[in-house]
Ligand binder design. Sequence first.
Ligand SMILES: Cc1cc2nc3c(=O)[nH]c(=O)nc-3n(C[C@H](O)[C@H](O)[C@H](O)COP(=O)(O)OP(=O)(O)OC[C@H]3O[C@@H](n4cnc5c(N)ncnc54)[C@H](O)[C@@H]3O)c2cc1C
Length: 440
Amino acid sequence: MKIGIVGGGFMGLVLAHQISKTKATVKVFESDSQLGGLATHHDYGTFIWDKFYHVILPTDNYLIDLIKDLGLEDDLNWRRSMTGYYVNKKFYSISSSKEFLLFPPLNIFDKMKLAYTIFYGSRINDRKKLEGISVKDWLVKIGGRRTYEKFWSPLLKAKLGDNHDRVSAIFIWTYIKRLFQARSSAAQKEHMGFVSGGYKTVFDRLEKLLLEKGSSVSTNATIQSINTNPKGGIDLKVGNTIEHFDKVIFTAPLNVLEKVSSPDLFNVSKKDRTVEYLGVVCMVLVTKQSMTPYYVLNIADKEVPFTGVIGMSSLADLEQTKGSHITYFPKYITSDHEYWSKSEEELENLFLNGFKSMYPDFDMKTVESVHIHKAFKVQPLQVLNYSDIIPKIKTAHPDFFVLNTSQFVNDTLNNNSVVNHVEDFMKEFKKELALHLETV
Ligand SMILES: Cc1cc2nc3c(=O)[nH]c(=O)nc-3n(C[C@H](O)[C@H](O)[C@H](O)COP(=O)(O)OP(=O)(O)OC[C@H]3O[C@@H](n4cnc5c(N)ncnc54)[C@H](O)[C@@H]3O)c2cc1C
């Protein structure tokens, strides 16, 4: 049985890996010249590392099990990490529960309300109630207006820009659950992980295992159209050729699905609204000098053109990056944001000026290289009643499935959720494969 997968990002390759353990063979189509999608790698000159930053949390159980399954357990490294907050031109560490509760911009009552919001949020299991209430209304209701204005609002504006009041409480609930669980309960200190060689190591191993199983991967292969075949199965058009598959699973973003397949092929409850994605513009600095002790520095300052500083080298050992420090400066934006019309040079100048305003004493002579990376469709915006507008996994056609990150209703965008999503899908899909093999 032949299965076609559209998209060679993490979702597509993990899916291909799981299917290749059955009797079916898989072919993955990736439009880019290299595998990995948003988690792909970049050549920084003296070393290769992720194009965008990635970290693994101790609670990422599905992802950690996959890494072990791929035989990469020895490449998984854990380090102590720190989180900071930049507000009123000052840096604060909020890396331990104690530091978090000492956070000076908040008074003792605000802190108690903040601690209560986090405690309350981390114990909620029924997401449905949170889908219908805006993040602002929920945070004000649980933690009070002052804590919202002083702590959450700058953080939300930093993460979501002008859209911060459009998302539901799900956004902050998933954020609280994921980030605050990263603190080990014993030490109340954060630990985070990375794979030696970055995500390239994971993708190289996934590809190798697929090829060993007789499956295949095709890069520079953009799927132009997806059509049902009257005799059963699905046809994929790539360049001038049409390839036939018994079943096809689509893993790329939804705007691509709308472009390459007919509307009757996917199944959404409410078709009058579509899923909007935030994109990301990210400056990457490679420097000789260390830049930040924090893995994540949240920025609550409207004057700074990026919304966080991600000190990858505060986590990954310098031998990973041949002695250089790598730091990311991301800004999440909607598809109509003015940054998309700026040239790389303009973005570089804008971001470097923001950087200099935060770190006036940093010796710019130690900058080895500057990179501007962009991705247009990254984070689906979890607006009110979001689950009504996402496509269902099973479509109107029995041989066509949609499996992508827009379907995360209980989680933020992260690779642990990707593995979890694939595993849930496989439980049902394996039954379909078995049925198909019985009937052919
Ligand atoms: C800035 C940033 C930071 C992140 N940090 C973390 C982190 O710390 N931890 C974590 O776990 N996750 C993190 N993530 C999220 C992680 O990168 C995603 O969970 C993951 O990459 C999603 O993979 P995907 O395959 O679902 O989507 P994508 O990576 O978007 O893959 C879709 C693929 O489909 C391909 N495609 C599109 N159209 C076609 C077509 N017509 N034909 C063939 N192929 C097509 C695309 O080229 C792409 O490769 C981060 C992401 C970003 C952008």
